[in-house]
Write a protein that binds this ligand. Sequence first.
Ligand code: ZN
Length: 376
Amino acid sequence: MADVFERIYGQPHVREFLRASTSGRRTTHAYLFTGPAGSNKTQAAFALAAALICPEDGCGSCADCTRIMDRKHPDVRFYQPEGANSYLVEQMREIVTETELAPIQASRKIFILDRIELMGPSAANAFLKTLEEPPADVTFILLGRTRESVLSTIVSRCIVVPFRHIPATEAAAIISQNTGASPELAKIAIEASTGSIANAMAFLQSNEHLAFRQEVLSALLSLEKSDLWDVIGQARKLTLAAKAPLDKMRALREAERAKNEDLLSKTTLKQLEKRDERELKAGSLRAFGRMLAITASFLRDVLAVCAGTPELVINYDVADGIREVAERVSEAQVIQALSAVEDCRDALARNVSPETCVDALLLQIGEALYGSHSPC
Ligand SMILES: [Zn+2]
């Protein structure tokens, strides 16, 4: 039976719980999925959304299921905190207003809110009443790292579904089983997708993502021989490559809105436009997040070689380059380079322009690794 729940990899208990509750229609209006990053909560949330909307409880193959699992269904909304590190009160007010609008295609609307542990008391105040008693056609699926990290006023209004941590080797095995990729390649994909099994599988199936990884790695490998202008050129190239899929998505969304212009009210169109903008922003953060994940993975590999444990290298396809870098630098220098990755992540979260962030990232890594030349 290949229903949507089959795609909740590595979480057999969750899979059975959600399957049983949707097939028996024992559903509720608010779920809280808790579990560490990479435990497949987001994929499970979309699977539950499909089961709630599909006339056959998530068959996995109808138009509704396909659009939802591809994350393209207009009535299944995905939100992330819009503040640097928190949900904003204004964002929550907008979400509440959206719950009051009629669904666009389906008979119900699903609101998935990621990183709910980043919702502070003021944002929660704007939201609690709706979470407790949403309109009859609305379901909330909230995703949080741990139950304890989420405000108790939110927890108490939800059915809590705990997800287990999936060990890296098991995650790699699941990915190779489902994609046919080797376990080594699966590990690369997991690192580039910051631990998420679903994203790692999408990564392996996308030539664009694989080519992007190569570009990031070759920029990193050429840093030693690059002058300032080379580095700025590389940064520009990476920024454009990271943004390319988003430009495509923007054009698609604009065309879709134009097509529906006569059918939808002005308010709904405005809402859709806002939602599309938000999703593009989230998509942009994800694309640059992937770049940072690939960069960090590369630097950790250099560190592994410096520390005399080359068997821990993940990016085996560039092992020679990694060894050459490791011969030229010290562990302290690599650790300093890794902190540039964190600086970049913070800057992106604070809305600093990606161009500026990527310039600074490559320059800081170059400076950390080759600014002063001391051997390993
Ligand atoms: Zn279906």
